[in-house]
Each structure stands twice: as C-alpha cells, then as structure tokens.
Design a protein around this ligand. Structure first.
Ligand SMILES: Cc1cc2nc3c(=O)[nH]c(=O)nc-3n(C[C@H](O)[C@H](O)[C@H](O)COP(=O)(O)OP(=O)(O)OC[C@H]3O[C@@H](n4cnc5c(N)ncnc54)[C@H](O)[C@@H]3O)c2cc1C
Length: 441
C-alpha cells in the first residue's frame, strides 16, 4: 500500500495531507513543532498563521477572492477552517488564528489515514513519494540537502523582488520601448527622467520610510543585490551609474538621450505585467506607491506586487518543477507552499492542494491534467514553472491571468468577467478524475 511522506505541517502540508488522506492514501506527516520552532513560528498547532490573521478580500472580483473561491471548490481545509473561525473584518476574511490552527490540527490528528511524526527532517527521503512543504523558514540542515540536490544556483535564502505593475496602468505617452544600443529586441519599456525629475526622485527615495524587519529577516547584501534606497544613499549620482543608467537608450521618436532612465521588463509572456528593473526594496508599500509614482509613466501605476527583500527560502521552480509541482528529476518528489515561490498564506495552501491532488493521481495511476491557466491556481502553477530570467516569488493577482477575448473598459467588470471565466473553467476541469462539490455555493 503506497504511503506519502509530507514534510512540514504548515498551510501547504496540511492541505496536501488531507487531500491525500481523503482519497484513501496513507500519509506520514513530519513536523518538528513543538520540539523545535522556526524563528517565526510560536504556536504548537499546525497551519500556523505567522503574521497577519487576514486571508484578504472576499470579493470574487478580486484576485484573492477568486483564489479563495477556487480553493473552496477544490475542497480546501484552509477555507473551511477560516469560515468556522471567522472574526468580523469588513470585506476581508479574517480569522481567530488560535482557533483556525486548532481546527486544522484536529482534522489532521483525527484522520485515520494520517500518522504524525514530531521531528525535524534533516534529509530528503530518497525513494518514497514525498511532498516537501517546509516553508520559507525551512531548517538549515534540510535546506542544505535541497541545495545540494538542485545546485546552489537553484536555491535561495532571500527574496529580492522588484515591484510589478500592470501594463494597462502605465502612461504610454511618456514611455517607450527601446533596446540599449539597439542591441536585440526592444523588449524593455523605458521611463525617461529629466535632471529635475531625477533630483526629485532621488531625494524622495532617500527620505522614504522603510519597513521594519525581524532580525532573522534582514537580508545579507553580500548576496550582491542592494535595495534601491540603500544604493541611492551612497551618492547623488549612484543610481545614474546603476539601475537608472541612461547610456545607449534614445527616445525612438525624438532621438534624444534622457538624463536617467528607469527600465521596465516584461514579467509574463502576455505582457500584462512589468517589473521595475533593479528596484528591489525595503520601502513600506505606501511609500513605494508614492515614490515610484514620481517616475514618468508610473503616476497611476497599479502595483500587483510591491518590492520586498526578506528571509525566504525558495527553490528556482522554473528549473526544478513542472506545473504539477513535481520535480523534473524525480517524479515522486513534489514541493508545495512558499518554498516553491508562490507568495502568501492562500497561495501556499492552494499549491498544497494541487501537489496533493497530482500525487494522488500518480499513485492511483490516473491521468494528470493541468489546471486551466485561466484559473488563479492554474496561473500560479504556470508562473512558477515557466522559464524566466530572475525567478522571484509571486502572489495571486489578476495580471497573471490570460487576457479576455473581449475588451472591457471598467476594471471591476473586467475582473468580474475574469473571475467568472475562471470558475467556469475550474468547474469543467478534469471531471473524469476529481469529484468535487462543484455545486457548493
Ligand atoms: C515572518 C513571515 C511573515 C509572513 N506573513 C505573512 C502574512 O501576513 N500574510 C501572508 O499571506 N503570508 C505571509 N507570509 C508568507 C507565507 O505565506 C507564510 O509563510 C505561509 O505560512 C507559508 O506556508 P507554507 O505551508 O509554505 O509554510 P509554513 O506555514 O511556514 O509551514 C512550514 C512548516 O514546516 C515546518 N518545518 C520547517 N522545517 C522543517 C523540518 N526540517 N522538519 C520538519 N518540519 C519543518 C515548520 O515548523 C512549519 O510548521 C509570511 C512569512 C514569514 C516568514
């Protein structure tokens, strides 16, 4: 009789364990708490919410609202627990974190197919079916094992993510596509700054407020990438010789050189999203909106992800995983949760459901069917498994969904249409294999 080893009883590990157990598969869940805690975990129960107690908006026309609806359709224990332990929070789904973790822990402990082992896992099991879901603070010994298996270049201890904006929110009258020295395709969008604009931006940047980090979260800049605000503080002209270097880029219409240039690079193949190249930052999110809004073309930019730099263990999933969250080198070894480069409570939990479902199908010799890319979960799975230059974690957002066939002007209506399409496609997905309660409201 097959059994699955799941490492880590966080949000992803618990979702995967229950999905497998509900499909009659034996699970051995290995969790080191309460014997040992990461620097962010304090509660002896499973599925701990380490920081905020909010699972974000419930509006179906929002990215997180859609993700929750999809997870509910797939039988998520996170959503079930959240609905049972909800506290008033307006339009958000917030929970009593203690009751939330207790609810999930009880489900796990009472399930006859799940066996719990309280210990730190220090190696990767060589042969068994296994899902690694040890999270952003995976212990050093296991981290070293993973790093050894996939190579140093495919394992990261910190994220250094630049902000990402939607292309439709950019003022295209102020910016242009061009390649430096006309070399290669003109893939980058360029935001030109005059000397006065540069001075104002530089000044705002060095005086902006930064987010406070826990000691264990502070990145080591030895890793070769410095926050843009720290770079700006090194000298008034430093940015012009770094990420805002203007040389070799002319405005294709006027043929002029700018005093400084901010470059935006495509984040997805649809061209819906662009990241600000070299803008990894620790500024508070409100400050990022204010200060980066001074850049020509970005005044009304919609940020789908703000820049972050903190302690975050994750693998280079595009090289390591396929869209089933399965490793390419060993089809019985899966990863799930934040360690795969999805970002956030819900996203981590959702990836646990997908990994669990796919491993269940492999064990039951059923056909693997990719999730529709029009769904938020499917789009995240595609994102983490698609080739990219500098892979950084991603949260759910409407920008990662493929565009609609028709053009809808109103943002709210467009998001509603994207959500309706996602729910419809998920409801029709893989009926042969998965029998979920798709009629549930
Ligand atoms: C400090 C911090 C704050 C965050 N705040 C938020 C937030 O407010 N909102 C949000 O949406 N996201 C937040 N995140 C991001 C992320 O969504 C959460 O970390 C989320 O809990 C990830 O889920 P997971 O299941 O991948 O990992 P986790 O929930 O971290 O679960 C991993 C489990 O594995 C265990 N484990 C680790 N190593 C081993 C080992 N070697 N052997 C056995 N067990 C092990 C851990 O004890 C833990 O229980 C935060 C992350 C951090 C680090």
């Amino acid at each position: 009789m097959s059994k699955v080893l799941i490492l880590g009883a966080g949000l992803a590990g618990c979702e995967a364990a229950l999905i497998l157990a509900k499909h009659n598969i034996n699970v051995e869940l290995i969790e080191m708490k309460p014997k040992k805690f990461t620097p962010a975990h304090h509660n002896p129960n499973f599925a701990e919410l380490v920081c905020s107690n909010s699972l974000k908006s419930i509006g179906i026309e929002t990215a997180t609202g859609l993700l929750k609806e999809e997870m509910k359709l797939l039988g998520s224990v996170t959503i079930e627990a959240a609905n049972h332990t909800r506290v008033p929070a307006g339009n958000a789904l917030a929970v009593n974190r203690e009751h939330f973790s207790q609810y999930i822990t009880k489900q796990i402990k009472e399930h006859p197919k799940i066996q719990i082992h309280t210990k730190e896992q220090v190696n990767l099991p060589a042969t068994d079916y296994c899902i690694v879901a040890t999270g952003p603070l995976t212990t050093p010994t296991l981290s070293n094992e993973i790093e050894e298996l996939f190579g140093e270049e495919n394992f990261k201890f910190f994220d250094a993510a630049s902000p990402i904006v939607t292309s439709e929110s950019l003022d295209t009258s102020k910016i242009y596509f061009a390649a430096r020295y006309n070399k290669g395709e003109a893939d980058y969008l360029n935001c030109p700054l005059t000397e006065t604009e540069y001075n104002d931006f530089q000044n705002a940047l060095i005086n902006a407020e930064t987010a406070s980090l826990h000691d264990f979260e502070v990145p080591n800049f030895f890793f070769g990438c410095m926050p843009i605000e720290a770079m700006a503080k090194k000298g008034h002209q430093t940015l012009r010789f770094g990420p805002l270097k203007p040389v070799g880029i002319r405005n294709p219409q006027t043929n002029e050189n700018a005093y400084a240039i901010v470059q935006l690079r495509k984040e997805d193949c649809n061209g819906n999203l662009f990241n600000l190249v070299g803008f990894q930052t620790n500024l508070k999110w409100s400050e990022q909106k204010r200060v980066f809004g001074l850049i020509p073309g970005l005044k009304n930019a919609e940020f789908v992800r703000y820049g972050v730099m903190h302690r975050n263990t994750f693998i280079n999933s595009p090289k390591i995983l396929d869209a089933y969250f399965r490793t390419k080198i060993r089809p019985t070894l899966f990863f799930a949760g934040q360690i795969t480069g999805v970002e956030g409570y819900l996203e981590s939990a959702a990836s646990g459901i997908v990994a669990g479902l796919n491993l269940m199908k492999i064990i039951q010799r059923k056909r693997l069917v990719p999730l529709p890319q029009t769904t938020m979960i499917g789009a995240l799975a595609k994102y983490i498994s698609s080739e990219t230059k500098d892979f950084q974690p991603m949260n759910s957002n409407m920008g990662i969904l493929p565009p609609l066939k028709m053009n809808i002007k109103s943002k709210k209506e467009k998001y509603m249409a994207l959500s309706n399409r996602a729910i419809k496609d998920l409801t029709n997905w893989d009926k042969e294999c998965c029998h979920f309660n798709f009629t549930q409201k």
